[in-house]
Design a protein around this ligand. Structure first.
Ligand code: NAP
Length: 258
């Protein structure tokens, strides 16, 4: 296994959330430095303490991922001080059309894209050139199975995740020959504060620790796409290749319509 798939210095955004916390604890071990960020100071501190108890060195910083200037500065400083081996851009929010009588309002759409899309890109962008120069490093973008086909319930969320998928695939093609691995992560339903808010059916739901283990395994193998669980991945992929009119009818029939 190439050594850059056994990272020691790992930067994770959204570490105060359910999947981010599980990822942080999966990697927490003696000899590992974790650079963790989120907004909820109390939860971030809890995760940091648990990771420290497992032997990791932890640096944590509360910040708004939508503040791309602050994010870029922090990531650059972290890389200068600790040489990031693996970055996982995981922070994200969701919204759905049933929250407002008239669908998603503009503020919601803008905030969601700033967080899910620009926040993720601001996280990884400062590392791209540094990793290219070192000819090693690993970049992971947490997208979603909803990137395969837009769900009527969550239009801007699906748009943000489809954009991350496309961006990550493009980066993979560009950077893999230069020694930098890029993975796009497409989880199905994972029990979390976010999935709690989703108003449609949630088949094949898994726990955050299971998702974190699956993600880590995929990253250690250097998989460009880490998608799970298999049945939902197949179903969402099929929606993307079927005629769009038929896919929309299937989604309405399964109660994912508007
Ligand atoms: N759960 C699922 O079923 C599922 C499925 C597919 C993909 N995903 C993706 O997995 C990732 C993690 O989601 P999750 O399920 O673990 O949800 P979660 O428990 O709600 O965690 C979301 C994380 O993102 C952070 N975050 C949100 N907005 C932020 C902002 N403006 N600035 C800084 N941090 C911000 C949150 O920080 P605070 O809590 O501190 O505000 C939290 O740490 C997301 O990208 C999500 O889209 C989740």
């Amino acid at each position: 296994m190439p050594s850059h798939f056994m990272p020691q210095n790992i930067l994770i955004t959204g570490a105060s959330g359910d999947i981010g916390a599980a990822l942080s604890l999966t990697y927490a071990a003696p000899g590992t430095t974790l650079m963790l960020t989120g907004r909820n100071a109390q939860r971030l501190q809890q995760v940091s303490q648990q990771a420290t108890a497992r032997g990791a060195e932890v640096i944590s910083n509360c910040m708004d991922i939508a503040d791309s200037g602050a994010v870029r500065e922090w990531v650059t400083t972290m890389d200068r001080q600790h040489t990031v081996d693996l970055v996982i851009a995981n922070a994200g929010i969701t919204s759905h059309i049933r929250e407002h009588a008239t669908g998603e309002d503009w503020q919601t759409i803008e905030r969601l894209l700033q967080t899910n899309l620009l926040g993720a890109l601001a996280t990884i962008h400062p590392l791209i050139d540094a990793m290219r120069q070192r000819r090693r490093g690993q970049i992971a973008l947490v997208s979603s199975l909803s990137a395969w086909y837009g769900l009527p319930l969550t239009p801007s969320y699906c748009a943000s995740k489809a954009a991350l998928k496309a961006y990550g695939e493009a980066l993979h093609g560009w950077l893999a020959p230069q020694g930098v691995a890029v993975s796009v992560i497409l989880p199905g339903f994972v029990r979390s504060a976010m999935s709690e808010r989703f108003p449609g059916p949630k088949p094949f739901m898994i726990e955050p620790a299971q998702a974190a283990a699956r993600i880590r395994r995929g990253l250690e193998r250097g998989q460009p796409r880490i998608s799970f669980p298999f049945p939902l991945n197949l179903g969402m992929w099929c929606l993307g290749v079927l005629p769009a009119g038929l896919s929309s009818r299937i989604l309405r029939w399964l109660d994912y319509g508007g």
